[in-house]
Design a protein. Structure first.
Length: 503
């Protein structure tokens, strides 16, 4: 900056009346003793970073629809129809999620039909008026939050902004006295929520307290989102507002896949249907993708006769979401007894076993790592290659400013049988890598391209590349190698890699 000041002065653009104190101030602001790379904007808010680290979590659609068999209740359902055949057991839901390797869960506590699964002051359409003792004692947010805390899981709630029961829907009164108040009530069950899910389905036909009409709203303005966001963040500082809330984006399909090229930057006016899977390379906002998908073959809610997808299919979803810079929120519907059916438990546990068996035995820490260049160390921070294999998410390898292509080579003395390469960028300073490829060597001398069928463009928070290029049949026999090389071909600025994993 001193240099800029001097040259501007010489060009006569600045007056000479810049005091010494001012120059000293500039000097104090700018020193960079750790030689830290400058961020590439946009960057995630710290709460978005924590949210991203949740990676894989469950979605539990349970409520009035569980008993009516509908997917979207009209809002005119008699509350008595909510009649669980046993006390709903959110703890069991989360125990299954944990066994499957998930780090948290989101419980639907109010769907579009407006029925609230906690004793709320905002409407009579809630559990206290339900059909039996189990129903009247139900309080999903209370029990879900308590179980999550006990199990060391993250938790959050889906509260539908669209309310087909409320007579006030479509007016300001609904937003202020019903919807915002419901969100505030939910915050009372825990201030450490990691996400609130605001569905995009807004307005349409419904009961609306007997009006039986169609109410359309402009979802961009109707819900007073900036106010909602601020009030929630005041009490729940780590709570990411999904969807309508504008802090994480819908991935654009409900089939459990993200684009191979997937940027977390995005513009506010993006069209989820077109762009949700891919993000926008030079988008203005950090709006990372979340992929919501069903683990069963029917709806989001439980339906008699439904069956879970196979563990292999669920593993494929994991590779195509978590492995492509998105988070995966996988829906498992509790049944009429308020528990997850055994078939779902088995499928989910099976999937968790596949993730463990295939993606936890990391050969990278036992490799010798060589890189094409290493950024000059600062006083308290170094950017050494070993930072990619030290298991510490806060350290990273970096190259010098101006370098946008680089190589990372891992070598072993003995042959390893490998199937996946995992890369993670240090995204606190922005998503950078634009193009890379992977090579392997069987003899230590000749290098051949691996995963040639994969679009190796973006990395982001996490990228998992199946070396045989297949996500549906990724395991196979594996490749016997003595070395793996990651060739970063292009990056928005010097690449910062916090992890390389080889499985
Ligand atoms: C959709 C809703 O309309 C579905 O019922 C479900 O809750 C799904 C996760 O989001 O937009």
């Amino acid at each position: 900056m001193k240099k800029i000041f001097t040259s501007l002065f010489m060009l006569g653009i600045m007056t000479p009346f810049v005091s010494t104190a001012q120059l000293q101030l500039e000097d104090e602001v700018l020193p960079n003793p750790d030689n830290e790379p400058v961020a590439v904007h946009p960057v995630p808010h710290p709460r978005q970073l924590k949210w991203q680290e949740t990676e894989f979590y469950a979605f539990f659609h349970y409520g009035m629809n569980t008993y009516t068999g509908l997917e979207w209740g009209n809002g005119d359902e008699d509350p008595k129809r909510f009649a669980p055949t046993a006390a709903p057991n959110p703890r069991q839901w989360l125990e299954v999620a944990k066994a499957a390797g998930m780090r948290g869960g989101i419980a639907v506590v109010k769907h579009h039909d407006g029925f609230c699964q906690w004793p709320t002051e905002t409407t009579e359409h809630n559990v206290t008026n339900s059909g039996n003792e189990y129903g009247r004692n139900t309080n999903i947010p209370r029990d879900f939050a308590a179980a999550a805390k006990d199990l060391g899981m993250k938790y959050g709630f889906y509260v539908s902004p669209w309310d087909r029961n409320s007579v006030h829907y479509g007016t300001d009164k609904y937003v202020k006295d019903v919807f915002l108040k419901q969100c505030a009530e939910l915050a009372e069950y825990g201030t450490d929520q990691f996400e609130m899910w605001f569905d995009g389905a807004n307005g349409g036909s419904g009961y609306y307290g007997g009006r039986n009409t169609t109410v359309n709203v402009d979802r961009a303005t109707y819900y007073d989102v900036p106010n909602l966001r601020d009030s929630i963040h005041k009490v729940c500082p780590d709570c990411v507002m999904w969807g309508v809330g504008g802090e994480s984006r819908w991935i654009g399909n409900e089939a459990g896949w993200a684009g191979q090229t997937n940027w977390s930057p995005e513009n506010r006016d993006y069209s989820p249907e077109g762009n949700g899977m891919y993000g926008t390379e030079n988008g203005w906002f950090w709006l990372p993708g979340e992929s919501d998908a069903k683990a069963t073959n029917r709806g989001w809610f439980y339906h008699d006769g439904e069956a879970p997808l196979s563990s292999e299919r669920l593993f494929q979803m994991y590779l195509e979401t978590v492995g492509r810079n998105a988070t995966l929120i996988l829906n498992i519907p509790p049944d009429k007894a308020g528990v997850l059916p055994q078939a779902s438990v088995d499928a989910l546990t099976g999937m968790g076993d596949l993730v463990k068996a295939r993606l936890t035995k990391d050969f990278a820490p036992s490799a010798t790592v060589e890189v094409s260049e290493t950024r000059t160390s600062g006083v308290n921070r170094n950017y050494n290659a070993v930072n990619m294999i030290d298991g510490d998410k806060d350290t990273y390898w970096a190259v010098n400013d101006g370098t946008t292509a680089a190589t990372i080579t891992l070598m072993w003395n003995e042959v390893k049988t490998i199937r996946y390469v995992e890369l993670m960028e240090y995204i606190a300073k922005g998503q950078r890598v634009k193009k890379f490829h992977i090579e392997t060597t069987a003899d230590g001398n000749t290098w051949t391209r691996a995963a040639a069928g994969v679009e190796t463009t973006t990395v982001g928070y996490k990228r998992i590349v199946p070396l045989n290029s297949s996500t549906s049949n990724s395991y196979g026999n594996g490749y016997n190698v003595k070395g793996v090389r990651i060739v970063i071909e292009d990056s928005k600025a010097c690449p910062l890699i916090s992890k390389v994993g080889v499985y």
